[in-house]
Write a protein that binds this ligand. Structure first.
Ligand SMILES: CC(C)(COP(=O)(O)OP(=O)(O)OC[C@H]1O[C@@H](n2cnc3c(N)ncnc32)[C@H](O)[C@@H]1OP(=O)(O)O)[C@@H](O)C(=O)NCCC(=O)NCCS
Length: 96
């Protein structure tokens, strides 16, 4: 997580689940905890970038309530675009 100075937008810089334990709900749990941490720091939204071909991560973000709002052309070393996602954090709850 990054919390840029003088901004109410938290940024999810990196998230990963070990390959042998994907699809067990760990990704959603990590995302929820990252969002709760941002809420505790009084940030109003979370933003992130994801490679346009990273269908698994994109699916996870969409299911977790993230909305596509932009694209950065040739953002990655392989020439791929970054898709920009945002989720408002009002009402976000810390998981039990
Ligand atoms: C992106 C990433 C973090 C997602 O993590 P993940 O844990 O694999 O998340 P997934 O969405 O694939 O898996 C959740 C699925 O687990 C399943 N699941 C199994 N048990 C579960 C449980 N107890 N609770 C919740 N979901 C559970 C659900 O079916 C859920 O799928 P659904 O939302 O379609 O129902 C992970 O794929 C990853 O590390 N990728 C490589 C690194 C990467 O690309 N990072 C992002 C860069 S921007």
């Amino acid at each position: 997580m990054l919390y840029p100075a003088r901004s109410k937008l938290a940024r999810l810089y990196s998230i990963a689940v070990a390959p042998h334990v994907t699809r067990r709900g760990i990704g959603p749990l990590l995302l929820a905890e990252a969002e709760a941490a941002a809420v505790r720091r009084r940030h109003r939204a979370m933003r992130l970038e994801v490679h346009e071909h990273n269908t698994r991560a994109i699916g996870r973000y969409e299911k977790s309530g993230y909305r596509l709002f932009g694209r950065l052309h040739r953002y990655y070393d392989d020439g791929g675009d970054a898709l920009r996602f945002e989720k408002p954090l009002e009402g976000a709850k810390s998981p039990a």
